[in-house]
Design a protein. Structure first.
Length: 248
């Protein structure tokens, strides 16, 4: 069965699109780093988007519930990944029983939520004691530098490393890991090649609605998840924050 790609709005990424490949691989790198926490677990992906991440998790987990608020997105995920249990629901009122899952995965989603504290309270409710919450989110310091309000119109509140840690502990979680995703050697070389930032080069094309330069599109299409590093060093300079928090 052929499934039509999910339309791109700028709010979520999708696989198989050359011009979107940098962002897809950047997200995939975080999923791959966090899969070890999902082995044999019952996992809720809260905000599954296109569904590719939930499908990756399903290769390791005992069961995955993929939840998204948007009806079109949830319907697409169910068609594209028929092995998933896809549910449409509100992240502020998760449609699961208390203490019913081992892991909640929330990757590149919390920055879209108006009530981040309420969402984390719901995560604590549905997680079993000792369960883990996996969160990734853009680093406010590098994603919207010098601003308190996000540059991305789809984001409501972005977080710096200390702000994410405070938000998680304030919700009663224990922060087990807090690391940062950044460019590895090959992407750092591409940054130099494209005027200091391959991200800015892509944004300029999209914002100005220009044709993609062939060399830039080829470079973007060739990015892999291995081109990113996730380390605890120099957190304030990281591109994305990657947190693992435990429900006591």
């Amino acid at each position: 069965m052929t499934v039509e790609p999910l339309p791109l709005t700028g709010e979520r990424t999708a696989p198989g699109i050359e011009a979107e490949n940098y962002w897809f691989r950047r997200h995939e790198a975080a999923y791959l780093a966090l899969l070890r926490h999902c082995a044999g677990a019952v996992v809720l992906e809260a905000g599954c988007g296109e569904g590719y991440g939930a499908a990756l998790i399903a290769d390791r987990a005992d069961r995955v519930v993929a939840l998204d608020y948007d009806a079109q997105t949830a319907a697409h995920a169910a068609r594209a990944y028929p092995g998933l249990t896809v549910v449409r629901g509100n992240l502020a009122d998760l449609p699961l029983r208390a203490a019913s899952v081992d892991v909640v995965a929330n990757l590149q989603v919390i920055e879209h939520l108006w009530d981040q504290e309420g969402f984390l309270a719901e995560c604590a409710r549905v997680l079993r004691p000792g369960g883990r919450l996996l969160v990734t989110t853009p680093n406010r310091i590098t994603f919207s530098p010098g601003r308190d309000t996000p540059l991305n119109p789809f984001h409501t509140r972005e977080l710096a490393p200390a702000e994410l840690a405070d938000l998680l502990t304030g919700a009663g979680f224990e922060v087990e890991e807090l690391t940062g995703l950044r460019h590895g050697p090959r992407l750092r070389a591409l940054d130099k090649r494209f005027g200091g930032s391959i991200i800015d080069a892509q944004v300029a094309v999209v914002v100005d609605d220009n044709p993609w330069p062939a060399d830039l599109l080829a470079a973007v299409a060739g990015v892999t998840a291995d081109d990113f590093e996730i380390t605890p060093e120099e957190m304030d300079a990281s591109l994305d924050l990657v947190a693992v928090a435990v429900r006591p």
